[in-house]
Design a protein around this ligand. Structure first.
Ligand code: ADP
Ligand code: MG
Length: 350
């Protein structure tokens, strides 16, 4: 168990790191943020901040010496430079990052764990796309294997002609079937150092323009019906990785049962509601898990809850959001309310 007053290192400087650091502070820990140049809003609420590139081995080594445990708020931290750090300080371990950074690896990993992803084919060269479209059929989605987020790096393929002349980026793509689904949900779990696993309730997740917009409880009946099977898949993945901390898996609820979409080796936007809506939030339980503390209760405090993201200019009307005295308003302190940027969120309980 890590004693209060110890230092938790967080790789990445965005809002997830900010909310992790706030939970860490509540339990008496200090946080050290490591992130490259950028709007690193986590640093505003942390004890220490190293601003350096991911590939700066000296800066990373100095950061690691200052930290008692190191975690991530961003899953695309390059794995190469992390290999030189003391691995026993990293939670979760880098294998979880390696799998989650590559859409093909995460789908194969899920297949090996006995789960169900959408039908897919890896497309690493221009010449492979036509064959992939032939095998999987249309409509489908071509996605970059790496670095996609908020719907970026995705191209719909509605008929075979859409695939003509497409240039596959160097790091490759995956072509997958476009599913019709009743709704989307995620399974968020926390796994402790002793292997204990706890789950939060699954919300219904609604996306707009590829970006999560809204989560709600209770989720439709189909989510309740399918979440047991989805949890089973998620637990198998967490156990196989020897995972420590919060892990999120996104699913589609389809007529054929839950279909795995993607995983994030970290706290997740679809779990922000747990700050006020669950006995213990995803942020606090992540800190508890990586520090070797007993996990907190993940039960919801109410049957009904809505969480709305504040995207771009939505965030500018703070007084308007606060005019509902029961709304829990969170702003992330980002400097520019650019279109499509996650600026904050609002949670309403009950
Ligand atoms: P990101 O990393 O950008 O979150 P996702 O793979 O989760 O990428 O895709 C973003 C959204 O696009 C999903 O939440 C879903 O709404 C839609 N989507 C992605 N893949 C599929 C699919 N195979 N079938 C139908 N919709 C999809
Ligand atoms: Mg997603």
């Amino acid at each position: 168990m890590l004693a209060p007053g110890s230092t938790i290192g967080i790789l990445g400087g965005g809002q997830l790191g900010r909310m992790l650091a706030m939970s860490a502070a509540q339990l008496g820990y200090r946080c050290h943020i490591y992130a490259p140049e950028g709007d690193n809003v986590a640093a505003d609420v942390a004890a220490r901040y190293t601003c350096a590139p991911w590939h700066d081995g000296d800066a990373l080594a100095a950061f690691a010496r200052d930290c008692d445990v190191i975690t991530y708020e961003f899953e695309n931290v390059p794995v190469g430079p992390l290999a030189g750090l003391p691995q026993d300080k990293l939670a979760p371990g880098i294998r979880a990052l390696e799998v989650a950074q590559d859409r093909v690896r995460e789908k194969r990993f899920m297949l090996e764990a006995g789960g169900t992803p959408a039908d897919f084919v890896a497309v690493d060269h221009d010449s492979e796309l036509a064959d992939a479209v032939e095998r999987i059929g249309v409509p489908g989605i071509l996605k970059t294997r790496r670095d996609g987020y908020d719907g970026k790096g995705q191209w719909p393929i509605n008929d075979r002609a859409d695939a003509q002349g497409v240039r596959i980026p160097e790091t490759g793509c995956v072509y997958e079937a476009r599913l019709t689904f009743e709704c989307e949900f995620s399974v968020i779990l926390v796994r402790g150092r002793d292997g204990e696993v706890r789950f939060w309730d699954s919300t219904r997740n609604l996306h707009k323009d590829g970006i999560l917009a809204h989560c709600e409880l209770p989720a439709p009946a189909i989510v309740a019906e399918q979440s047991a099977r989805a949890r089973d898949m998620a637990r198998k993945v967490a156990d196989a990785l020897g995972y420590v901390g919060v892990l999120t898996l996104e699913f589609f609820a389809t007529s054929r049962g839950p279909v795995f979409n993607e995983m994030a080796p970290r706290v997740h936007n679809s779990g922000h509601w747990t700050i006020e809506g669950a006995v213990t939030s995803q942020f606090e339980n992540h800190i508890r898990a990586i520090c070797g503390l007993p996990l907190g209760d993940t039960a919801s405090v109410s049957r009904t809850m809505v969480m709305d993201n504040l995207i771009g200019a939505d965030a500018l009307d703070l007084a308007g959001h606060l005019s509902d005295g029961r709304a829990h308003v969170h702003l992330y302190g980002k400097s520019e309310a650019r279109t499509g940027r996650k600026m904050g969120h609002v949670t309403r309980i009950g």
